[in-house]
Design a protein around this ligand. Sequence first.
Ligand code: 1CP
Length: 341
Amino acid sequence: MSGTTPAFLAACRREKPAHRPVWIMRQAGRYLPEYRALRAKVDFAALTHTADLAAEVTLQPIRRYPLDAAILFSDIMTPLQGMGIDLKFEPGPVVASPIRTRAQIEALPALVPERDVPFVLETIRQVRSGLPSGVPLIGFAGAPFTLLCYLVCGRPSKEFAAARGFLYAQPEDAERLLTVLADAMVEYLAAQAAAGAQALMLFESWAGLLAPPQFRRFALAAVRRAAAALRPTGVPLIYYVNQGSALMEEVAGLDVDVVGVDWRTPLSQVRRTLGPGKAVQGNLDPAALFGTPAELARQADAVLEAAGSAPGHIFNLGHGIWPDTDPDAVARLIDHVHERG
Ligand code: 1CP
């Protein structure tokens, strides 16, 4: 079957793909001149709330490069806007009234995707009809703890001190908020799969703030709840854990198909810890795209070497591509991975 299964989906399922699949976190975005041209005319909120435009942006990198997957163009905060949370992108999310009390948590409504974020589902339907059959579409959501970081602090931060403090000061409230967010993201992701998303990814961008006990009690418990509820969709589940070197033993027990990792840990070590039952995704340092062509090729080879030859590796960056990256370097990287992988 692997001859007909798209390489990305085969790798998610740890089958032998026809070639090493590659996609790039934040592949639709500010490093692309065609994205900047559109953004000069339309603000980010309008881009994410207008299906025609979000579908166009999702497809931009697919037209330019031989990528093995597309990812829905949206933001992790978009479904929270759909739940009535007042926020702006400046460019990172800024929440008008940060969530700190039990009353605020209990007042959060359930998410009904068809009612609250219909434009996301319409974007998915449009993208699917525009994508070649060998290029699956990834749907995504923020992992509950990462969403909590923005909701409690109210804005981007390096340390998210208020969010981390909340876990110690109001642990039961934190657990309740994480449960509410997990259930909302389950509704959101299940609706994305029903609309045509062929894999579902949870972004745990701020996992690295937590020591293993707090990661286990708060972040991982919420992801476990979400992953169990999403199993019936039948699509592969991907959990991206940023700065998760110290957390991989905890993640090993989670029932997901793919674990995405940042560049700080070699994939050989990650695969030893996770065992043969999980595929891995990553993990080139996005800064390697600023190296000479020869250096970029060497660094990509090092990732391929560390990933090894067992099935179940999806080549990607270890975190999102930077806006000042040269689009030609991305083209060279993708070609190199396809030739060598
Ligand atoms: O001005 C602009 O154009 C807005 C910049 C921007 C973009 C292009 C934001 C605001 N979000 C996005 C798109 C986006 N966000 C995508 C789709 C693009 C793609 O992958 O091809 C995705 C998957 C996200 C997810 C996202 N948003 C994450 C998780 C991934 C990660 O990078 O860790 C996070 C943490 C956010 C929050 C967010 N939204 C926007 C910004 C600038 C940020 C980061 C803020 C911070 O540093 O805390």
